[in-house]
Design a protein around this ligand. Sequence first.
Ligand code: SF4
Length: 303
Amino acid sequence: MTATAPLHEVQPQSALFESILELIRRTSTQLPDDVVRAVTDARNDEEKGSNADVALDVIGCNIVLARDSSLPLCQDTGTILFYVHTPAAYDQLTFEEVATDAVRAATKKGYLRQNSVDSVTGKNTGDNTGPGSPVFHFHQWRETYVEVKLMLKGGGCENMNAQYSLPHPDLGGRDLKGVENAILDSVLQAQGQGCGPGILGVCIGGDRATGYSFAKEQLLRTMDEASDDPELAALEERVVEKANQSGIGPMGFGGKTTLLACKIGKLNRLPASFFVSIAYMCWAFRRRGANLDMQGNVTEWLY
Ligand code: SF4
């Protein structure tokens, strides 16, 4: 039996670097098919020539233009979020270094606009890296390959995120009705800002930090993936239906398309608290992924 090779020998930097760079290019310039389908279907529901129809048409043109010219879908690069599953003993530090280098290279190539600034001075770092950028969420798993998913989450829609603590005097108690009211209130507060139509990721429970983080992770689900909890699946549908009756519409211009989807998950909570955390994603819903072998080569593109 041969000795196990050191991890740096089985992960040549170049293959991993090239794979992550291509993942960034695809994520920044090509919306996933399920999102494109949702935007197209929504446009078909709007009255021809209405403000909503025009807004969704412009969004559709933007999607095609970005894809065909390999240019960013939006001037806002967004928070660069990597979600990575690795086998036990995989060298996550090397992955982080290589992926950060790939972000620098992607910025230089124009796949990502320079959009990360020092929080106090406002000075642009010039390459989209710095404290907290990019963000890495690592998890180990028992598979023998690496799965990496990338989400670029815009700042405008991030501003529309909301967190509620139930019971709430106007929204209700610690039950699914209270949760539904909280989610719908966040949509009403947004009024199409954050570049709607929106897609919501929601977490019921957790603490304030894990709730927001888990809400964002719900956005890794595809548009048509319903919760496997029948009560939450019904709530997801109900929220979209009711939000779309609000008349807010794309960009707040009026119309039937206020939300494209709502994805709800739950975490355990303490008896003393009941948070509803809502991550609001804009129409520029950039998420892509890939499975990688241990050398860093793409074996399958996801989404
Ligand atoms: S919220 Fe989304 S669509 Fe709006 S500017 Fe930011 S990334 Fe672009």
